[in-house]
Design a protein around this ligand. Structure first.
Ligand code: PEP
Length: 262
């Protein structure tokens, strides 16, 4: 079990219409009682953020309690404003109620050609906007089978975090997401995941000092489901989950969060 406060985030990806987004957000917020020891985040499509923000506030308000579920974006541009057609700035995300933003997800690295340098620029812009970046790293199956996992993940962490001071490193959440486990139903074993999380924490220690590294939360992502979450949560360096498919079902998402609540 991790010594840090766990964080479980749902990446809804490009799924759901407005009505579905409203219903899912309301169900997650309303059923989140009893998970007070875990930070809960949902990351809807950008076009639904404002609406979901209102739903979360209303759902908590009808129960007369503070909102438990925070909002995150799935991506952001690296500038606050300007001629960047189709993009969303981190300031816009913050203005829409986001506290978090996922950066460098493998789908963006693969489908949109995002390099570590791009992720690094976005990460700095997100920090400047006051957001908490959830920085994704992870190896492909070919890289793992070639014995290159440590080298690839270390390179992504170094490249994505280049130039950051210890204070900024301390503001990040890292998500280790082996590409071969995302959306495949093939989850990393707890030992496989723990080994890479320990590697990342060691690297953070050399970049920002052991004190900072001990504070940074490292999520595992890749086919996390209610029935495998507890074994992952039992590992000392796994501080939560970044959940894709299973986050589209409120009960499943919250069951995963409960596994991290201990
Ligand atoms: C993800 O997209 O970040 C993810 C982990 O997806 P899934 O849980 O569906 O594997």
């Amino acid at each position: 079990m991790s010594a840090r406060r766990p964080i479980v985030a749902g990446n809804w990806k490009m799924n759901g219409d407005r009505a579905a987004a409203r219903a899912l957000a309301t169900a997650v917020e309303k059923s989140s009682s009893g998970i007070a020891t875990v930070d809960l985040v949902i990351c809807p499509p950008a076009v639904h953020l404002t609406e979901v923000e209102g739903q979360l506030r209303e759902a908590a308000g009808t129960e007369g309690r503070p909102q438990r579920v925070a909002l995150g974006g799935q991506n952001a541009w690296d500038k606050p404003a300007g001629a960047f057609t189709g993009e969303v700035s981190p300031q816009m995300l913050a203005d829409s109620g986001c506290r978090y933003v996922i950066l460098g997800h493998s789908e963006r690295r693969t489908l949109c050609g995002e390099t570590d340098a791009v992720v690094n620029a976005k990460l700095k812009a997100a920090l400047a906007a006051g957001l908490t970046p959830i920085v994704c790293v992870g190896e492909t199956l070919t890289e793992r089978e070639a014995g290159r996992t440590d080298e690839v993940v270390s390179g992504q962490v170094r490249g994505s975090l280049a130039g950051l001071g210890a204070d900024d490193v301390g503001r990040l959440v890292i998500a280790y997401e082996p590409v071969w486990a995302i959306g495949t139903g093939r989850v990393a074993t707890p030992d496989q995941a723990q080994a890479v999380h320990a590697l990342i924490r060691g690297l953070l220690g050399s970049l920002a000092g052991a004190g900072t590294a001990a504070k940074v939360r490292i999520q595992y992502g890749g086919s996390v489901k209610p029935d495998n979450a507890a074994d992952l949560a039992a590992q000392p360096d796994i501080d939560g989950a970044l959940v894709g498919g299973a986050s589209l079902d409120a009960a499943g998402f919250l069951a995963i969060a409960r596994a991290f609540a201990g």
